[in-house]
Design a protein around this ligand. Sequence first.
Ligand code: PMP
Length: 304
Amino acid sequence: MPTEPKMYLNGKIVDYADCKIHAFASVVKYGTGVFEGLRGYWNADAKQLYIFRLREHMERIRFGMKAMRYADVPSLEELERSIIEVSRANAIRATTHYRMIAYLDGDDELSTTGPTGIVVGAVVRGSSPRVENGMAAMISSYTRIADNAMPPRVKCTANYVNNRAAELEAKAGGYDGALMLTGEGKLSEASGACCFLVRNGRLITPDLSSDILESITRETVIELARTKLGLTVEERRIDRSEIAASDEMFACGSGWEVVPILSVGRIDVGDGKPGPVTRSIQQSYFDVVHGRTNAHANWLTPVW
Ligand code: PMP
C-alpha cells in the first residue's frame, strides 16, 4: 500500500524520496511527534473527493502541539491547506487515508520545543475487509497509558509504544487486534480505535476519562446514533465482564471506520456475528462520509 508520490514537507510539495528529516531531530530520539490519520472519500456520482472532518482533525493536532509545548503551532488554515495540496498534487480521485505528522526538528536536549515541522502523505486505500467480516479481539496484558503519565488524549508518537505492544501481542496470540484496560481495570480502547457495546438496544462507550483518545469517529457515531437512529448513548466506565453481557460490540476510528468485534478472548459477543445495530451505524456512517446525505455537509471538505 504505497504512499502517493507527492508529499508535503514544511510548506512545499516534494517527491516521496526527498521527504526527509535529520536523524538527530528531537522526534526521532524522544518521540515528540504529534500525528493525525484522516480520510478522504470519493463520491463517484458527484465526482468529488470529500475530506471527512478536516477541521476537527487539524484542531486536534494543534491541541497536541500545544500540550507538547511546541513553540510554534501552524495555523488551522495552513494545516488544512496542506491536506488539500497533497490531494491535488497527486490528482487523487479515490478513497484515501491521509497521514500528517507534526514534529520537532531541533537537535538538542530533552526540552527542545522547535522548530516545528509538518509532513503529509496520502495512501489510496478503501475499507478493510474487517468492516464487513468483523474481528476477533483479546484483552491485552498491557495496561493503557494513563492521563497523568502519557496522556492518550494527545496523539503523540511516543504514546503508540503502548498501542503497538498491545497489537503485536494480540497478533502473536492469533487474534486480529487488542482492547486495552485502564489502570483500574475498566475498558479503555482498541489499539487504534474507540469501542462501543450494544446492550438492550443502547450504545455504551468508555467516557473521555477512560484513558482514550478523544476520537472524532466516536463523536460522529454518538451524534449519528442519537440523531439519525434515535438510540440512547451512555458514556461511562465499563467493566470488562460487561463485554460478555453485551449483544454487540464494534470499534471505530478514521482509519478503521466501523468494525464489528465478534469475540473478545474467544468469548463470542452476542451470537458472534455482526449485529443489526452495528450494521445500521455502519450504513449511517458510510452515507455521511461519502456525502450521500445532506444532513452533515459541514463535516465534508470538497477537494475538487
Ligand atoms: N484511539 C486511538 C488510540 C487511535 O489511534 C485512534 C485513531 N486516531 C482512535 C482511537 C480513533 O480516533 P479518530 O476517530 O479520531 O480517528
